[in-house]
Ligand binder design. Structure first.
Ligand SMILES: *Cc1c(COP(=O)(O)O)cnc(C)c1O
Length: 398
C-alpha cells in the first residue's frame, strides 16, 4: 500500500479505540489513529438540525474526501486548475462559465467586483478604493440581509427599492448590478420582473440561492430564467467543502470574477483564496450530487423521520409531524414535536439545551415555537441515539 492508499483508507475508518488488538501479539498492530477531537478537547456534535456554518456546515461526501486525499500529494498550476475545474463545472451545470469560490458569500463579493471592474486591470488593482462616486447595487428592501456586506465590501453601496416601479427608477450611471436573495421571506419584485427590468437597463442580475438545493433542478433553473450570475454554497446540501462555493453564469463576468480572485493576487479577492483541495473537492461534490438518486435520498429522510417518531410514540401526549420545509432554502423534511406542557413539564427550549449540553452533544432545532428534529445530516448510527436522548429528556419531565 502506498501512502496515498493508506491516507485514503484512514479517512474512511471509523475511530477505533487505540486499545484494539491489545494482548494479541500475533495480530498486526492496529493503525494508530489520532483522535484530534480528544487531543484538542473539542466535543463532537450530532447535527439534528440543518446545515449551519457555526456547526461546520455539512459533512463532506466520501467522494469529496477521496478527491481531496487523492490530489493532495501533487502540485498543480492553479491558473490551469481553476480554468479546467470551472469549465467542467460549467459543462455539468449547462452554464456558460463557472468558478469555485470560498463560499457563497465570497461569490457575492466576487460577482459584485466583476460587475464593477470587468477586465479593467487598473480598476481591479484599485478596488475597493475606486476614485469617483461609489458603484451602486440594487436590492429589494425586503432582501437586505447579513450577506449583503459582501456587496459593500467591494466599495459599492446598496440602493434599496420596493416594488417594480421603484426598481425601474433606481438605475443610475453608477449602477453595476442587481442582487436577488432567493430565500427572502417577501419579494416586492418577482424574479421575472426583476430580470426584465435589469435587462432593460443592461445591468447584470445576480441570484443568491446559497441554500436552495434540494431540489437538484434549482442548480439549472435560475440561469435558464436569465440570471447572469448564480451562487450556491458548496458546504450546504451539496456536501462539498464548507469553505467552497459555486459561482456560475455569463462568461465575461466569470472571467472578471476570476481576475479579482486568487491566484491573480487581486487585492479584493486574494484574502478569500481557494486552493486545489477545495477545487477538486467541489468538482467531486457537484458530480456526486448530480449523479445521486434524489428520490431514494428523500425517501430515506422520510423513513428516518418516521423511525424517530415511532421510537417516541410512548411519550405521553406527544404528537409528531413530518414536516417538509417549503423552502426555497432548506427545503427538506424534519420531525416536529408537540406535547402537552401540563403532562410533559419541559419547554422546547429546555429540551434543546439538555440535548446540547448532554452526552453526546446534540444540536436540534425549532419550528415556530416547537421542537424540530432535523434528519438530513444524521449519520445512520446517530438516528437511534438522537431518538433515545429526546425520549429520555421528555420522559424525565413527565
Ligand atoms: C449560507 C448562505 C450564504 C453564505 O454561504 P457560504 O457558502 O457559507 O459563504 C449566503 N447566502 C445565503 C442565502 C445563505 O443561506
Amino acid at each position: 500500500m502506498n501512502r496515498r492508499d493508506i491516507l485514503k483508507k484512514l479517512s474512511f475508518l471509523p475511530l477505533v479505540p487505540a486499545a484494539i488488538g491489545e494482548g494479541k501479539d500475533s495480530a498486526p498492530a492496529a493503525p494508530v489513529i489520532r483522535d484530534l477531537f480528544a487531543e484538542l478537547g473539542v466535543t463532537r456534535v450530532i447535527n439534528a438540525n440543518v446545515t449551519m456554518t457555526f456547526l461546520s456546515g455539512s459533512l463532506m461526501l466520501p467522494e469529496v474526501l477521496e478527491a481531496i486525499n487523492s490530489t493532495s500529494h501533487d502540485f498543480a498550476d492553479m491558473f490551469d486548475l481553476q480554468d479546467r475545474v470551472g469549465a467542467k463545472i460549467a459543462e455539468m451545470l449547462t452554464a456558460e462559465a463557472a468558478m469555485v469560490t470560498s463560499g457563497a458569500a465570497s461569490a457575492i463579493l466576487l460577482g459584485t467586483a466583476a460587475s464593477i471592474t470587468g477586465a479593467d486591470k487598473e480598476k481591479i488593482r484599485q478596488l475597493p478604493n475606486l476614485p469617483g462616486p461609489r458603484p451602486e447595487v440594487i436590492m429589494q428592501k425586503s432582501h437586505r440581509y447579513h450577506f449583503d456586506q459582501a456587496v459593500t465590501t467591494t466599495g459599492a453601496k446598496i440602493v434599496e427599492v420596493e416594488g417594480p416601479e421603484e426598481m425601474e427608477k433606481a438605475f443610475s450611471a453608477q449602477t453595476v448590478m442587481a442582487l436577488f436573495f432567493n430565500a427572502a421571506e417577501r419579494h416586492s419584485v418577482t424574479q421575472e420582473e426583476f430580470l426584465t427590468i435589469a435587462r432593460r437597463h443592461k445591468i447584470p442580475a445576480f441570484l443568491d440561492a446559497a441554500a436552495d438545493v434540494p431540489p437538484v433542478e434549482n442548480l439549472f433553473k435560475f440561469q435558464k430564467m436569465g440570471f447572469d450570475l448564480v451562487t450556491f454554497s458548496g458546504g450546504k446540501m451539496l456536501r462539498g467543502p464548507q469553505s467552497a462555493g459555486l459561482l456560475f453564469g455569463r462568461k465575461d463576468l466569470i472571467e472578471a470574477a476570476k481576475l479579482n480572485h486568487s491566484p491573480h493576487e487581486a487585492p479584493i479577492g486574494r484574502p478569500m483564496k481557494v486552493n486545489k483541495e477545495e477545487m477538486f473537492g467541489m468538482y467531486a461534490a457537484l458530480k456526486a450530487y448530480l449523479e445521486k438518486d434524489h428520490q431514494k435520498e428523500w425517501d430515506g429522510w422520510l423513513e428516518t423521520a418516521k423511525h424517530i417518531a415511532a421510537r417516541l410514540a410512548s411519550v405521553p401526549t406527544l404528537k409528531t409531524e413530518v414536516l417538509v420545509d417549503p423552502g426555497p432554502a432548506n427545503a427538506f423534511p424534519g420531525l416536529v414535536l408537540d406535547w402537552d406542557p401540563q403532562r410533559v413539564k419541559i419547554t422546547p427550549q429546555e429540551v434543546l439545551k439538555a440535548l446540547k449540553t448532554g452526552s453526546p452533544s446534540i444540536v436540534a432545532g425549532s419550528y415556530k415555537d416547537k421542537l424540530r428534529i432535523g434528519v438530513v445530516l444524521l449519520r445512520p448510527d446517530q438516528v437511534d441515539i438522537v431518538a433515545q436522548r429526546v425520549k429520555q429528556i421528555l420522559e424525565q419531565a413527565v
